[in-house]
Design a protein. Structure first.
Length: 256
């Protein structure tokens, strides 16, 4: 089995990359499941109902994960309640709209559990992701377990990878928007990468225009963030499995 996962999609440039390449990549790789982190898809912050529906209906996306910007778009909480394939971090407070995990049956017949977690280091207040994932795995059983670990600290993401080694098929980091060169299969059979990297404009600072980002380090009056426009890159991870264990992990890069 094969799982294709995209890192944070940033703004309209990122959406163009999804539309241009995800259907093609699904066919080319033979992916059984496509997971996309969409928390920056709407103007660089949050995701809208129309974007999510378009990805589900036209682009071949099976599950959308999010993170600290999950509720930035006004009114999106109602869509979280309606659409179980749109996930918010499972370790947000229990009364948060929506769900942090979903089980799907893929065409091969396997059942896949996808879990969305958020780190706590330099991130908004949330519950412990380690205890949260333990609780989910105690309740839910599936042939494969895929975890989106949305974390600022590389140490927290790496710790989660080793914590779930042998219990998850893949632990894939998102949030920093910077792709890391540590994709590997851990000793217990878990595919791991600290950050998939963003899908969006790389001629900027983590997807935003570089002038505004530099200004925020130099000025008291912080310039307004705007999504950058140049050097459009799609970053993805393809995980291959044999049963619950991962047998391979590779990076995929496409440019517009």
């Amino acid at each position: 089995m094969k799982i294709l996962a995209l890192g944070d999609v940033v703004g309209e440039p990122g959406r163009r990359l999804v539309e241009a390449f995800v259907p093609e990549l699904r066919r080319e790789t033979g992916a059984d499941l496509v997971v996309v982190n969409g928390e920056n898809a709407a103007h660089g912050h949050g995701i809208s109902e129309s974007i999510a529906k378009d990805w589900f209906d036209r682009c071949g996306v099976d599950v959308i994960t999010t993170g600290n910007h999950s509720f930035d778009v006004k009114g999106i909480e109602s869509y979280y309640r309606q659409e179980p394939r749109l996930l918010r971090p499972a370790n947000q407070p229990p009364d948060t709209p929506g769900s942090g995990w979903i089980k799907l049956h893929i065409p091969s017949g396997a059942e896949v559990l996808i879990i969305n977690l958020m780190g706590r280091v330099h991130m908004p207040t949330c519950d412990c992701p380690f205890r949260c994932v333990d609780s989910i795995l105690q309740k839910e059983r599936a042939d494969l377990v895929i975890v989106d670990m949305h974390a600022e600290a590389t140490s927290e993401a790496q710790a989660m990878g080793y914590y779930l080694d042998g219990r998850a098929t893949a632990v894939l980091g998102t949030h920093t928007h910077v792709p890391t060169l540590d994709a590997k299969v851990l000793a217990g059979g878990t595919a791991y990468v600290t950050d998939i990297g963003m899908t969006g404009p790389y001629e900027g600072v983590i997807g935003m225009k570089k002038e505004a980002s530099i200004g925020r380090f130099l000025k008291v009056l912080r310039p307004r963030y705007e999504v950058a426009e140049g050097d459009l890159q799609l970053h993805a991870i393809l995980v291959t499995t044999d049963g619950r264990r991962a047998t391979g992990i590779e990076r995929i890069l496409r440019r517009l």
